[in-house]
Design a protein around this ligand. Structure first.
Ligand code: GRF
Length: 195
């Protein structure tokens, strides 16, 4: 797989740790980012190649995404994982990789899509939230769900405290989901058809 990140990359790290075991049937061929993200250090540590394609170097979002796609496709991955990749990808990019493009999102979708899911869950007074891993479609966090796991929101919990607890669950679910895809227990073509 190729993993795309924007930030600290703890989900990426969980995948790298898992893939380090000969018993785990998936490998990370490359890591990409839209900025010189801190999380790229995890790739370096594991000797995995990485690339940065920053939108500020392009005249349009489409041109940026085209270059990003070229970098991804260079590695001919069977799966592309958005693990905290905080940019919306144009339809052409999604169509080129669909359904082998998945995303992890810190809420129980369809509740709280978008970049502020944890904040939005707390603001709405929700008592439960969680993680969704889904196939990426052309909308924002609207694609067919592959796996979900829920979590109670504790009274008085801050956004960062809650997000940290979500991320513990998220890392586990992502590693398990990629395993199931690699073992063909989950068929992304099927997931896309059903939803
Ligand atoms: C994750 O919760 C992801 O779902 C969200 O941003 C966070 C990224 O965390 N969009 P990390 O960079 O993997 O630590």
């Amino acid at each position: 797989m190729v993993v795309l990140i924007s930030g600290g990359g703890s989900n990426l790290r969980a995948l790298l740790d898992a893939a380090d075991s000969p018993l785990y049937p998936a490998r990370i061929m490359a890591v990409g980012a839209d900025n010189p993200a801190d999380g790229l250090a995890h790739a370096d540590l594991f000797g995995v190649p990485s690339f940065v394609v920053s939108p500020s170097n392009f005249d349009s979002r489409e041109a940026w995404a085209e270059m990003l796609l070229e970098n991804v496709n260079f590695f001919k991955p069977d799966l592309v994982v958005l693990a905290g990749f905080m940019r919306i990808l144009p339809a052409e990019f999604v169509r080129a990789l669909s359904p082998k493009l998945i995303n992890t999102h810190p809420s129980l979708l369809p509740n709280f899509p978008g970049a502020h899911a944890v904040h939005d869950a707390i603001s709405a007074g929700a008592t439960e939230t969680g993680v969704t891993i889904h196939v990426v479609d052309e909308g924002v966090d609207t694609g067919p769900h592959i796996a979900q796991r829920s979590l109670k929101i504790l009274p008085g919990e801050s956004e960062s405290e809650l997000h940290e607890r979500i991320k513990v669950v998220e890392r586990e679910l992502l590693v398990e989901t990629v395993l199931a895809i690699a073992e063909k227990k989950i068929d992304l073509n099927q997931v896309s058809k059903i939803s």
